[in-house]
Design a protein around this ligand. Structure first.
Ligand SMILES: [Mg+2]
Length: 317
């Protein structure tokens, strides 16, 4: 006998959603969850993302990876605000009731949820084409929330980790490209960097649609321009081995799905950043500076201009 929606929610969501968080007055299992508002001086950060099969991921990807990534991309948005992940809502649309798939999906999802001590406070399962919607709520001190609008002329621009790996995984073939596929299927939300940059960074965004597209949002909303030294873009050794240098740079500029953070900060913070990178065990790299004006200039280490790549970020429509 197959389980109904309520039994499924109980079995796969509720059992793993138990919490000792005193702000959760009532968790999963009623008509709505009840949450105590945050302490004075803190604000709530909300974000929602939908992942549709064969648009945002392959329906044949491992269910464990799909569950992990559905949450990671949402946590990445909280990281980009400097917020701590707290509460999560999950709406799953499934074409068939494959309990083995669901169990694996939940294993990936709850692994990341528990890593950040966040709590699932509601879940819904419906029948239809495979699609996953996750809504996350975080908290951040009101004066320390990081937006896209705070970049100043003279700031330097940094990115965490390496760029272009996830995009390379879409075309890379062969035994050497396993780490690239890992980056595509299991992106790391840079929550720890987001928290560390509170009170330090001036503007921040997570790189979901490609560096040029996402840094472009910072420039527009901060009413500034940017100059990027393409020779400073952090490239993984796997990416470098997979293709020629110019192709790797273009993927680093335009490739989506890396979920690294891009932020602007005063140049005087360089030493603090390198110390913090050691503490967090995740590198950061200065890739350029904020300029007066608008738009993004690309230059090489020797000062020549670098041609703008044709594809500038993921276009949803
Ligand atoms: Mg984002």
């Amino acid at each position: 006998m197959s389980l109904n929606e309520f039994e499924l929610v109980d079995l796969y969501f509720k059992a793993q959603a138990q919490t000792s968080d005193s702000d959760v007055i009532l968790g999963i299992g009623d008509d709505a969850a009840l949450i105590q508002p945050p302490a004075t001086g803190e604000v709530l950060a909300f974000s929602v993302d939908t992942l549709v099969a064969d648009i945002h991921f392959h329906a044949t990807d491992p269910a464990h990876a799909i569950g992990y990534k559905a949450l990671a991309v949402n946590f990445s948005d909280l990281a980009a605000m400097g917020a701590t992940p707290r509460y999560v809502l999950l709406a799953l649309t499934l074409p068939t009731l494959d309990e083995a798939w669901l169990a694996e999906f939940c294993r990936g999802f709850f692994t990341l949820l528990k890593e950040h001590r966040a709590i699932l406070i509601g879940g819904d399962i419906t029948h239809g084409p495979l699609s996953i919607t996750v809504q996350v709520t975080g908290t951040v001190p009101r004066t320390q929330a990081l937006t896209r609008a705070g970049a100043h002329v003279g700031d330097v621009i940094y990115v965490t980790g390496t760029l272009g790996d996830a995009a390379a995984a879409l075309t890379a073939r062969g035994a050497q490209c396993g780490p690239l596929v890992q980056r595509l299927q299991y992106p790391t939300a840079r929550i720890n960097w987001g928290l560390a940059l509170r009170g330090h960074a001036h503007a921040m965004i997570d790189i979901s649609d490609g560096l040029l597209a996402d840094l472009g949002h910072i420039c527009e909303q901060s009413k500034v321009g940017a100059r990027i030294n393409v020779d400073r873009l952090p490239l993984s050794s796997v990416l470098r081995n997979e293709m020629d240098y110019a192709s790797a740079l273009n993927l680093a500029l335009t490739g989506g799905d890396d979920y690294e953070l891009c932020f602007t900060i005063a140049p005087t913070q360089a030493d603090w950043l390198q110390q913090t990178a050691q503490t967090l065990n995740c590198p950061v790299q200065c890739i350029g500076e904020i300029t007066a004006g608008s738009g993004i200039d690309l230059v090489t280490e020797t000062g020549e201009s670098w041609p703008e790549p044709t594809k500038s970020g993921y276009q949803h429509f």
